[in-house]
Design a protein around this ligand. Structure first.
Ligand code: HEC
Length: 177
């Protein structure tokens, strides 16, 4: 007989304890940031980091720090390859218009700096043409405003143009067209 009362009582007690724990984990009016955290963190855009840090913050999650990319996730390799887009017509615009770049949080000037750094760093390696003219903020602004439709189709056209110039497609995506 007692057991029949005890079971529901225990359930109610457990529920109450759960509610209290949940309530305690919510910030209350008296909660204060931990020492050193009083000022909200700046976003990467606000912080004004150098391009390499911006790359690590908003690009390396997919592309990896060295630009190696990830076959398993269909992220192309940029390492020793990405600069070849500048060898073909339409490639310069494409590098700004891919969503990872155009939709990033950065200003046009920060993006220009980021791309210029990437294309002259170990990521692009020797793939960037020697006569590469750096991107400017206004160029990035113009290109960014033109959305890229059918990214895969556009990309394949550019890879075809590379093949026509006998550039080896080392984008790490293997036998994808
Ligand atoms: C969510 C994953 C992701 C993030 C974050 C990302 N990218 Fe990408 N990126 C891709 C994928 C996937 C492609 C292949 C084209 C496509 O599908 O967009 C690509 C393509 C590119 C390309 C063209 C090279 C090629 O072979 O297609 C460049 C350049 C590039 N990304 C640079 C960047 C930069 C710079 C950032 C950071 C500001 C960035 N990406 C952030 C996934 C990402």
């Amino acid at each position: 007989m007692r057991v029949r009362f005890l079971a529901p009582l225990c359930a109610v007690a457990l529920l109450l304890v759960g509610e209290m724990a949940a309530a305690q984990s919510l910030p209350g009016p008296d909660n204060r940031p931990a020492p050193g955290n009083e000022v909200p963190a700046l976003t990467p855009r606000e912080a004004g980091y150098r391009p390499q840090v911006n790359y690590q913050l908003e690009c390396s999650g997919c592309h990896h720090v060295d630009g190696e990319g990830s076959r398993a996730n269909d992220v192309p390799r940029m390492k020793d390859f990405v600069g070849h887009f500048l060898d073909v017509e339409g490639g310069r615009a494409f590098l700004v218009q891919v969503p990872g770049v155009s939709l990033s949080s950065f200003t046009d000037a920060q993006l220009a700096d980021l791309l210029n750094w990437m294309l002259t760093s170990d990521i692009a390696g020797d793939s960037t043409p020697v006569d590469f003219v750096p991107y400017t903020a206004s160029e990035v602004a113009t290109l960014r405003a033109e959305p890229l439709e059918r990214i895969d189709v556009r990309r394949n056209v550019l890879l075809e143009r590379m093949r026509a110039k006998r550039i080896a497609i080392r984008d790490g995506l293997g036998d994808r067209p």
